[in-house]
Design a binder for this molecule. Sequence first.
Ligand SMILES: [Zn+2]
Length: 256
Amino acid sequence: MRKLFIAIFIGSIVGLSNPTFAMASDVASLKAQVDKLMEQALVIRESLRQVMLQQPAQAVLASTDQKQVALQVGHWKMEEVPWELRALDQERQAQGGGKMEWEVSLAIAQETAKILEAEGIGVTLLPAILPSIYRADVFVAIHADQNPSLPYASGFKVAASAFDQSGEAKRLAQLLGEEYRKATWLTKESYIPASMPYYYAFNSSKFLYAVHPATPAAIIETGYLPNPRDRAVILTNPHMAAQGIAQGILQFLKEI
Ligand SMILES: [Zn+2]
């Protein structure tokens, strides 16, 4: 029974329809088989990542000169998490005012899309798991914050991708910060945790489901969901938050 379970597990790791392997008589040799298959799977994944870096998935262009903006909704559709991102904690997201972080982020992203589309810009909303190596003119990940040890924490944070190769991500983050502060009454926090610039969806050096390094990419924590003051913007008036994000992106697109 145990052997059968492990056998199914080995097959499912590499997604083989007809896995072939010898029935091992002891756990040690089964572990060795798992290690070998894992190694092979990582080699295949790496080859695919290299190919995708050359031929990234990208938003369908409505016209050749239309700018394409990708807005990632933090934690949206986390149940579709692939094997390589299995370490992502599906439960770990902010909540407050009866809403989960993904719901609040989705409403802000939808409002941001409306503003950008009215300016003739193409917008694609992306879930937590990106298409493999995704290319666009701008990528912004939208989140809401929570700090269990500081229940009255307030403010927003913006960070540029640490994996950026466009040379533009820092400017994008700067403009997002300036415009978001103008559009909302929230203060910009100076402390940026490493989880922001090293956000998994920026990390195309490790993951397949990440943004292309030549895409200017930034992440915004729009405000604290447990704080009623911040919620008045991000939950009650998502249009305000969206205005800040959209204006930051519009300013950025004017420059590049
Ligand atoms: Zn989040």
